[in-house]
Design a protein around this ligand. Structure first.
Ligand code: UN1
Length: 502
């Protein structure tokens, strides 16, 4: 199947001005080059940050619902270009087209959410202890927001951040993964088309910075960027976090996960198995929410391993392939480095494992330059520290447990804390799990991946503590102000009953 490269020019009309020799962009489908871009120079980044400050200063005074209208129009634009953008997502990051569509849908959903939110950025009125005083809590626009996104959700995670930031009155600078800059340019072009007919939208409200670590770092270290929202590995977070903290900037981190599903004796396996399967091998295991560990009650261990094994064999049989083909369930890994990291992780755990199924390189006809793998299932007698590191690949460890307390101990025994799930029909077990799981997401009879945008998304421990997307995550993009007003006529009273008379 020839790659549908025409979507690149269709979605990025100004591509020629972004071309250069610095950054070759390849498709993980077959390793072929899609384009080569020039990266932004230090001066260009400086100018973009300057423009972002100017854009913020204008945009913050536009009424919230009007800001929401711009996001509504952007959502409409995305609806109109959903199929093309989904195709470009697949072309550039390799996820299957169905999931590419899902990702664009996630952008549309967050647009809708943000439009409603634009009329609901509520503050508080607070009872004052003094007569004729009123206290308020106001939420005010924050400033330019720097977004660093990862290759695996090249557009949705930006939209979670940007759409909330826009309705909150902020401008945005986006440094996409160097592996997926074309999808970023496509989103920027769609946004520009909407913004050009929207007189309230200042120039530079949304901008893209093309580059890698060095270019992202310039934004991270620049005091003018009020919030850095970064999605990626724990290692990246460890680098970015102290730099932003040192300049007293705001930080929102979405880092690695090591997500587990606990399968209890009362689990309905017709619910559990598909959830484990989608969580483990969906997106070729390249979601931060992917299922990395399955913690199974000893009474069901063999049955679960056997059933999963059958499904894995079926996938290895004929469902690994070109992600543009509708029969494919598992597309390629992003690149060779990802393939090697998976092999290394398998070798690390091999001496400790009971059995290893799959994990070999798969050949896909017509996609010779791509890195395709058979999903890998590793059974272990207990949880070793060798599996504490996140491996972005379809590599899942199955571990037995005897008591629910022990299951939670295994579950919480990793450094990350993003997503978790339990398969149970026992309400007591479910509630125990929700109270004890140390993750930001704790699902019952639902897998670890595929969260809806309405909830706050993020995790604890080495996942970084940030929350994005739904619920009250918008607060990260605004500054909180406490304001006390005295409307009396006599000498105002002091708080805490202090008298200070001349
Ligand atoms: C990510 O992998 O960085 O919950 C985000 C999910 C998706 C988002 C994943 N809605 O799996």
């Amino acid at each position: 199947m020839a790659l549908p490269r025409s979507v690149i020019d269709d979605l990025i009309p100004g591509l020629s001005s972004a071309l250069g020799s610095d950054l070759p962009v390849t498709s993980p489908i077959d390793g072929s080059q899609l384009a080569s871009l020039k990266t932004d120079s230090a001066e260009e980044i400086d100018a973009k940050i300057f423009l972002s400050v100017k854009a913020f200063e204008a945009w913050r005074d536009v009424p919230g619902p009007r800001r929401g209208e711009l996001v509504r129009l952007f959502g409409e634009k995305l609806r109109a270009h959903k199929e093309a953008l989904a195709t470009l997502v697949t072309l550039e990051c390799g996820k299957i087209l169905e999931e590419g569509r899902g990702e664009v849908q996630e952008m549309i959903d967050i647009c809708d959410f943000a439009v409603g939110l634009s009329r609901q950025l509520y503050g508080l009125t607070i009872q004052s202890e003094r007569p004729d005083h009123v206290m308020q809590e106001n939420w005010l626009p924050l400033g330019p927001v720097g977004i660093i996104s990862a290759f695996n959700f090249p557009v949705a995670v930006w939209a979670w951040n940007a759409c909330l930031a826009f309705v909150c009155g902020d401008s945005c600078l986006w440094k996409p993964s160097e592996k997926t800059p074309l999808t970023a340019l496509a989103c920027q072009a769609l946004f520009d088309e909407v913004a050009k007919d929207f007189p309230d939208a200042p120039e530079g409200l949304s901008q893209v910075i093309i580059g890698a670590r060095e270019q992202g770092n310039q934004m991270v270290e620049d005091k003018r960027v009020a919030l850095i929202s970064a999605t990626g590995s724990t290692r990246m977070g460890q680098e970015v976090g102290p730099k932003v903290a040192a300049r007293f900037g705001r930080l929102l981190l979405e880092l690695g996960g090591n997500n587990a599903i606990i399968v209890t004796p009362s689990a309905d396996l017709s619910v559990a198995i598909p959830s484990i399967l989608f969580g483990s091998v969906g997106t070729a295991g390249q979601r931060c929410t992917s299922t990395r560990r399955v913690i199974v009650h000893r009474s069901l261990f063999d049955q679960v391993v056997e059933t999963l094994g059958r499904a894995y064999r079926q996938i290895a049989g004929d469902r690994i392939g070109n992600p543009l083909e509708s029969s494919t369930l598992v597309g390629p890994l992003i690149d060779e480095a990802a393939y090697l990291a998976m092999q290394e992780a398998i070798e690390r755990v091999r001496p400790l494992s009971l059995a290893i199924m799959g994990g070999s390189k798969a050949t896909v006809q017509g996609c010779d330059g791509g890195f395709y793998v058979e999903p890998c299932l590793v059974t272990l007698a207990s949880q070793p520290p060798e599996i504490f590191q996140e491996t972005f690949a379809p590599l899942t460890y199955v571990i037995p447990y005897d008591t629910i307390e022990e299951a939670l101990e295994i579950h919480n025994g990793v450094p990350q804390g993003l997503s978790s799930a339990i398969m149970t029909t026992d309400v007591r077990e479910a509630e125990f799990f929700k109270r004890r799981s140390d993750c930001g997401i704790a699902n019952v009879n639902i897998g670890t991946s595929g969260a809806e945008i309405g909830g706050a998304f993020g995790g604890e421990k080495e996942t970084g503590g940030g929350r994005e997307s739904g619920s009250d995550s918008w607060r990260a993009y605004m500054r909180r102000q406490t304001s006390t007003t005295y409307f009396g006529k006599s000498k105002p009273a002091l708080a805490q009953g202090i008298s200070f008379d001349l």
